[in-house]
Design a protein around this ligand. Structure first.
Ligand SMILES: *Cc1c(COP(=O)(O)O)cnc(C)c1O
Length: 356
């Protein structure tokens, strides 16, 4: 494994006294991990350096052609003052899957995890202490060759930045209002919907803005061809409790293979619940709603863990779910997963990785 060069900051900063002011993704720890790639050298010069602007030519390819990928995960401080990561190997594995789709060279997953642990050890004081807070971790790759030919870049930068983040739900787990998009689409099979890449977010903004203007907080995407089958929320995967079955759309090539989603499915299976990864149409959801079988709807993702859906709007129909309150299964899954992540519930799955 390559040695990581370390250059510490001359201007150390600190977390605010009042951690409730942190918000999400607004401030950053003192250091970042950086590594470069060229065709001749492969990935080289891994280093931990002060968090600072990076200098790039205006011709740098990532500004023009969107050849970028990213990941998102969290580190949690436990009551025993340990620091835990949640399934970080899965994030680096998925980064390589996204990279493959976007012609970005593969990373050594084990080395990435070692680099991340080292970075967190150096910036340990930025992992907040209060309940519900965490250190959000953003690994990403950008194409850095300074030229305008529309090819795959021959140079890249891999960077990990970290951001101390406050309680995601400052007012508790309140259900969100979601709007089913029947005009625009996010991804099609064979496209890059299965990759974590900036373009999937850019393509979502217009619907997101429309949703906000109509007092909805997010958009639920339907499949890109027939606009019949449910895909995901765009930064979250989606689950429906219909009767005694928990259903989430199957991994089909156009949705992201979420690690929270995967963990929920594994948890539910272990508890002997009926859980299906299958195709589900918006019509089936409407029918279940009409029959009184639609018990709960919730989104899953690293940032919120679980986001209960209280209102789902499709065309002219507004469906209020579980009286606009968090459901029993959603609450149970939230408590269990966050309990494991924070080292409060025994981790029978071997999901957590100790930084120290
Ligand atoms: C990151 C992301 C998710 C959630 O994945 P997790 O691994 O659970 O955080 C879902 N959908 C999209 C499009 C995403 O980018």
């Amino acid at each position: 494994m390559q040695d990581i060069r370390i250059e510490l900051t001359q201007n150390p900063t600190h977390l605010p006294e009042d951690e409730s002011t942190l918000g999400f993704g607004k401030r950053f720890s003192d250091h970042m991990f950086v590594m470069d790639y060229t065709v001749e050298k492969g990935w080289f010069d891994p280093r931990i350096v002060p968090y600072a602007p990076i200098s790039l030519y205006p011709s740098t390819m990532c500004f023009h052609y969107g050849q970028t990928t990213f990941e998102g995960l969290k580190a949690y401080r436990t009551e025993k003052n340990e620091i835990l990561l949640f399934r970080p190997q899965q994030n680096f594995k998925r980064l390589n899957i996204s990279d493959d789709r976007l012609c970005i060279p593969k990373l050594d997953e084990e080395f990435c995890l070692e680099a991340l642990k080292k970075l967190i050890q150096i910036d340990e004081k930025f992992v907040p202490h209060s309940k519900g807070t965490s250190l959000y971790i953003r690994p990403f790759i950008i194409a850095t060759e300074p030229q305008l030919g529309a090819n795959s870049s021959t140079q890249y930068k891999f960077i990990i930045i970290t951001s101390p983040s406050g309680v995601y739900y400052s007012s508790g787990l309140n259900p969100v209002k979601i709007y089913v998009e029947d005009n625009y689409v996010r991804a099609v099979r064979g496209g890059m919907g299965m990759a974590k890449t900036g373009g999937n977010y850019a393509v979502s903004l217009k619907s997101q803005v429309n949703a906000h203007n109509n007092d909805y907080s997010q958009v639920l995407w339907l499949d890109g061809v027939e606009r019949k089958y449910i895909e995901e929320v765009g930064a979250m995967n989606i689950f429906f409790v219909i009767g005694d079955e928990v259903v989430t759309p199957e991994i089909n090539g156009s949705i992201l293979d979420g690690i929270t989603r995967k963990s929920m499915v594994e948890l539910l299976k272990k508890e002997g619940k009926k859980v299906s990864e299958r195709r589900i149409s918006i019509q089936e959801v409407e029918d279940a709603y009409e029959n009184g079988e639609l018990k709960e709807v919730f989104g899953t993702g690293t940032a919120a863990v679980i986001s209960p859906v209280g209102v789902l709007k499709y065309k002219d129909k507004v469906m209020t779910i579980n009286d606009n309150k968090i459901g029993e299964i959603s609450k149970h899954l939230y408590d269990t997963l966050t309990g494991i992540q924070r080292g409060e519930i025994e981790d029978k799955f071997g999901w957590t990785v100790k930084v120290y």
